[in-house]
Design a protein around this ligand. Structure first.
Ligand code: BG6
Length: 511
């Protein structure tokens, strides 16, 4: 995970450069990296798309995106002028072999002008059905054969299920070596996610209690207030389990549950994470109901604004049975975690947007305080907040001031902004710089992706073979379907609700 700057010349070819990802994420991230002198001085972006944009329209659209979405904000004329001279545009159809010849010649010309060969990144910012023609197009050129300098970056969704993920891997590895393939899960680029490793493995005090002896259970919650917006057509074929749990939430789980690595070498970290996936218990198809809950939002209110139900969104079928909420209970069959449930949940149109992990510890073995002292006894909870208000807090018991003796819950807290005086970089900044530098630690290896699909398959298959009869089953602006509450309540536990700035206390959502 380097924080250094890249020095060797580099060309980033963005295939699908007219789309949202380039506008909102990729170019704003590249601009911030450039502004902080982390990109090589000999650097270019070649945007490729089938839209008739033209170089100057392409550049002005990107400037607007940088102003709106980058961490740094409006670039200012001078800084933009420096950056935009590195932005180029190539019009073309992805299925047309001639396009790849043109791309190849443009790279040659850049290298010639720099007097040096460059690192070439092909970033696939396109829908999954275009991956094949692009890989086949690139295969016809010499570019993929330069194993050391040519890399391909693949966005999620990485397949639709285990079989399609394997087929996609076969396609990619027919042209590129695994070491050239960078599968992005943008959650891994979040500073707070990487901080889980620092927190666990750079401190001596947590590891001894990071196991089944002390941990009662773990919760990973990623609620979102947004609906599916303009992504209805994609989301109809995905659903919450595929869109969020199979990748982002399962990756968070791996960071929490992995064994200490011997080093921070990319293969070592990825081996330790895949070990977790291999140890995860697959839910038997006949028991899916006891381990997973799904929901779909109906019309409702989010922060005082009336919003439509999922079935009323653009691109969504009126009788859709796609889940917009999913919760699962998972177990890891190894010495460290045997018997400790990991509860994961995510959903669209929930009351709050946040991502957090709660490690909930077992109660003390013997309670010596009188009952009158402990009216509000809570187990210790370590809260890793991925976003917003990035930070970590440990909830403990303390004596309230005065007599008689009474205990109260308090937080020992660390917040990024207060501790380090700066907001963390955007996940795409970290990940793009890593690809330029050739560091794959934060990217998914084929075996990780496949193991994560394998884990989800019984739930996906069960849900597909038994369509829900109660959709929509939660109102927008509420905490999801009743089934999600029962999933955890049947074990005598309840979901924690993110404690956001204007809220003092966590609210318990058990009905
Ligand atoms: C994407 C999902 O991968 O992650 C979206 O496709 C989701 O549905 C998004 O909204 C959440 O990312 P973040 O970084 O905003 O938490």
């Amino acid at each position: 995970m380097p924080a250094e700057a890249a020095r060797d010349p580099a060309v980033i070819v963005i295939l699908g450069a007219g789309g949202d990802l380039t506008w909102r994420k990729l170019v704003p991230a590249l601009h911030s990296l450039g502004a902080e002198q982390r990109l090589p001085s000999r650097f270019a972006v070649l945007g490729v798309d089938r839209r008739e944009l033209g170089e100057s329209a392409f550049r002005s659209r990107l400037r607007e995106g940088v102003a709106r979405f980058s961490r740094i904000g409006d670039p200012g004329d001078e800084s933009w002028a420096r950056f935009e001279s590195a932005l180029h545009y190539e019009l073309g159809e992805f299925a047309d072999p001639a396009l790849y010849e043109r791309i190849s010649s443009r790279i040659d010309a850049l290298e010639k002008s720099w007097g040096s060969p460059a690192t070439r990144l092909f970033y696939l910012a396109i829908p999954p059905q275009l991956i094949e023609p692009i890989v086949l197009g690139l295969r016809r050129t010499d570019l993929p054969r330069d194993r050391a300098r040519t890399r391909i970056v693949v966005e999620k969704p990485f397949g639709h299920d285990l079989a399609s993920a394997r087929a996609l891997d076969a396609l990619l590895t027919s042209t590129f070596e695994e070491s050239q393939i960078y599968r992005i899960d943008h959650y891994l680029g979040k500073e707070t996610v990487q901080n889980i490793l620092a927190f666990r493995f750079a401190n001596a005090v947590f590891e001894p209690i990071w196991n089944r002896r002390y941990v009662d259970h773990v919760q990973i919650s990623v609620p979102e207030t947004l609906g599916v917006e303009h992504r209805g057509a994609y989301y109809e074929h995905a659903g919450a389990l595929r869109d969020m749990i199979q990748n982002h939430l399962v990756q968070l789980l791996c960071f929490v549950a992995m064994e200490p690595p011997v080093s921070f070498d990319a293969q070592e970290i990825r081996n330790k994470k895949v070990d977790v996936l291999h140890a995860m218990r697959k839910v038997p198809a006949s028991e899916v109901q006891g381990f997973a809950a799904r929901g779909q939002y109906d019309a409702g209110w989010i922060r005082g604004v009336r919003v439509p139900g999922y079935r009323g969104e653009a691109g969504v079928a009126k009788t859709s049975v796609t889940e917009t909420f999913a919760a699962v209970k998972l177990f890891i069959d190894n010495w460290r975690w045997q018997g400790v449930p990991f509860y994961l949940r995510t959903g669209k149109r929930l009351p709050i947007t946040a991502s957090e992990i709660s490690i909930v510890f077992r109660p003390v073995p013997h309670q010596a305080f009188p009952a009158s002292a402990i009216t509000d006894l809570r187990s210790n909870r370590l809260l890793l907040r991925i976003q917003p208000r990035e930070g970590i807090s440990l909830q403990c018991q303390a004596k309230r001031p005065g007599l008689p003796v009474r205990l109260g819950a308090v937080d020992m807290a660390f917040r990024y902004r207060e501790a380090f005086g700066a907001d963390p970089p955007d996940a795409y900044e970290t990940l793009l710089l890593d690809v330029v530098l050739g560091d794959a630690t934060l990217f998914m290896r084929a075996d990780q992706v496949e193991a994560a699909w394998d884990l989800m398959m019984p739930i996906l298959e069960r849900w597909e073979s038994t369509p829900p009869s109660d959709f929509p089953n939660y109102r927008a602006g509420t905490w999801g379907p009743d089934g999600a509450q029962s999933l955890i309540a049947q074990d005598g536990r309840s979901w924690f609700v993110p404690n956001l700035p204007d809220e003092e206390e966590e609210r318990d959502t058990t009905p």
